[in-house]
Write a protein that binds this ligand. Structure first.
Ligand code: FAD
Ligand code: NAD
Length: 367
């Protein structure tokens, strides 16, 4: 009843159907939307419980059933974009004919606001952990075969660990590996790996525990969250990225996406604020990219440099910003993304408004 009411306010409710062959069960979701892709659907099955969450704007359409028969752990997901149809193909463990898909579980066949769906977690495996700076590491986690999940650009997930009996949860923004040219990964496993750049704080609550995990240990990952939309890139000409410390993480996928998918783009500039040279994440990779792609420039600003540092110094300031934020054309379409410690981001937004950038031209990443 509740979901019916909400459905009237939000997008028109999707529907689903299922059919079977001797060996397969196909669940079809008709979203009635055209802008659906593999990022829009999150599927999990654990034991016999099957859950598929389709994200449609600010709503989620949920299929959640206790399957009537056993299926194999892995499955396939296909999206027919032009008709907004999603197909999930499960493999039967036995070739019996199913009389029904299963019994309904929580929120089954309902369209609910995303903020009300709660965080849903699945256990991932730690595959690798590599030092990037003296305190920041690149963690690779692998999704189980029983999950389909892709984290969209600009969104974060929550990682969960149980520490001495208490569940601890913190948000992290996945990065892509496009800056790591030496990187090789079997194509088949592509969407199963999720990468994170995480700074370890020795006196922190969560990160020392994460750092102590062994390869093969598990960490739970939630569904993605966040309000960044790639439509903000439409017709974009100048992209300015202001990052401080690990506030660099959302910029990685943004940089890759913008340089690959936005034909109107003339210039991407990253101003990267850190305390010292040793704190700069992927410095040589960023410099290499700037050398390779003339549209991209990077500038490092240090707040606690050694006397040898010849580059820019200080904290975010009107002088640094007004020099950096030069449009490539008089009236070019601009987007400024900003992320870092809360005081950095707040001060940055204030300065950007003083420099007459409008709300629509600024995207800030916050909790
Ligand atoms: P905490 O226990 O939170 O402590 C962190 C530091 O603050 C320590 O040095 C601690 O001593 C100090 N501290 C704690 N409490 C206080 C206090 N009251 N007063 C003064 N100092 C204090 N981080 C990343 O590394 N990578 C990411 O990709 C990333 N993505 C994020 C995405 C979002 C949306 C948000 C909101 C944050 C993100 N973060 C990211 C930060 C991350 O969520 C954690 O805050 C961070 O890892 C610290 O967690 P912790 O529990 O180890 O440390
Ligand atoms: P850090 O302490 O190494 O500082 C990096 C730089 O930030 C400094 O060199 C300075 O230029 C600037 N800075 C720090 N404190 C400042 C202040 N009070 N005023 C103005 N500028 C200041 O940073 P870190 O330890 O890497 O922390 C990164 C922060 O980014 C964390 O707080 C994390 O939660 C946040 N973060 C947020 C998101 C998100 O919201 N999506 C994503 C990733 C990281």
């Amino acid at each position: 009843q509740v979901s019916d009411t909400l459905a009237k306010e939000g997008p028109s409710s999707p529907s689903y159907d299922w059919f079977q062959t001797d060996s397969l069960v196909t669940i079809v979701i008709y979203t009635k939307q055209k802008d659906i892709n593999l990022d829009s659907i999150i599927v999990d099955h654990q034991d016999n419980s099957f859950r598929a969450e389709t994200i449609i704007k600010d709503y989620s359409y949920i299929i959640h059933v206790g399957l009537s028969h056993e299926v194999e752990e892995d499955f396939s997901v296909r999206v027919v974009e032009n008709v907004g149809k999603i197909e999930i193909v499960l493999k039967k463990k036995e070739t019996t004919s199913w009389k029904r898909l299963g019994h309904p579980l929580e929120n089954h066949n309902s369209l609910i606001p995303r903020k009300d769906t709660g965080l849903y977690y699945r256990k991932c495996q730690l595959i690798s952990k590599e030092g990037v700076t003296h305190d920041t590491k690149l963690f690779c986690l692998m999704l189980p075969p029983s999950a389909h999940l892709q984290v969209p650009i600009g969104q974060h997930v929550y990682l969960k660990l149980t520490i001495t009996g208490t569940e601890i949860v913190k948000p992290y923004t996945p990065v892509s590996d496009f800056l790591l040219s030496e990187f090789k990964e079997p194509v088949l496993l592509n969407n199963k790996y999720i990468y994170f750049l995480i700074k370890i704080y020795p006196d922190g609550l969560f990160t020392p525990e994460l750092d102590h995990l062994q390869i093969g240990d598990s960490v739970s990952i939630s569904n993605p969250e966040g309000n960044f939309k790639t439509s903000q890139f439409q017709e974009l000409e100048d992209l300015f990225l202001l990052a401080a410390g690990t506030g660099f993480t959302p910029m990685v996928k943004i940089l890759n996406y913008a340089l690959t998918n936005i034909p109107s783009l003339r210039k991407v500039k990253l101003m990267f604020f850190n305390k010292t040279e040793d704190d700069i994440i992927w410095r040589s990779q960023l410099e290499k990219l700037a050398f390779k792609d003339k549209r991209f420039d990077v500038e490092f600003v240090l707040s606690a440099p050694t006397s040898e540092w010849n580059g820019k110094r200080g904290h975010i300031s009107p002088a640094l910003l007004s020099e950096f934020l030069k449009r490539s054309l008089d009236k070019s379409k601009v987007l400024i993304c900003i992320c870092g410690p809360t005081p950095f981001t707040e001060q940055g937004i204030r300065l950007l408004h003083e420099l007459n950038f409008s709300k629509d031209e600024i995207h800030s990443f916050t909790a």
